[in-house]
Design a protein around this ligand. Structure first.
Ligand code: ZN
Length: 151
């Protein structure tokens, strides 16, 4: 890992889904987005991503994960099947590289992240423009570790 990265940890409420977000920004430097889509509004999600950082995802019990898709079905919204918390959305790309946007609220440092956010509305996007935006803006996923630990 690059020494310029800040490892920001996060998890769902029960700890089944864990994130290690290696960001090039400190928590207070993260750009926060509030998305206007109905999923994000219903959850009160604040999102962030870092195209120069990377994300590791650890799933303790892969039987207890919901991969929720809606709208254009271009991303998997990872929701814990035990506690119901949404942690990140992942877009799988043709290059085998995946990209993610992260729910700021699940980060341990969430209280240090700015309360100011930019409201974004992606309603007018096509499938292609949506993919292109995510390739530019989302965080490369370096690993998804899935275990079958039954608590
Ligand atoms: Zn959970």
């Amino acid at each position: 890992m690059d020494s310029e990265h800040f490892p920001l940890q996060g998890k769902c409420h029960c700890g089944n889904l864990k994130l290690i977000f290696n960001s090039t920004k400190t928590p207070d430097e993260l750009a926060v987005r509030t998305c206007a889509c109905s999923f994000c509004r219903k959850h009160g999600i604040r999102s962030t991503s870092d195209p120069n950082g990377n994300l590791q995802i650890q799933i303790m019990n892969s039987q207890q994960v919901i991969h929720y898709r809606f709208g254009m079905h271009t991303a998997d919204f990872l929701i814990c099947g035990c506690c119901g918390v949404y942690v990140a959305a992942i877009m799988h790309h043709e290059t085998q590289q995946s990209f993610a946007t992260i729910n700021v609220n699940v980060l341990d440092c969430a209280h240090l992240v700015s309360q100011n956010s930019v409201t974004v509305d992606y309603d007018g996007e096509t499938v292609q423009s949506r993919r292109e935006r995510r390739l530019r803006a989302w965080t490369p996923v370096t690993s998804i570790e899935e275990q079958n630990f039954q608590p």
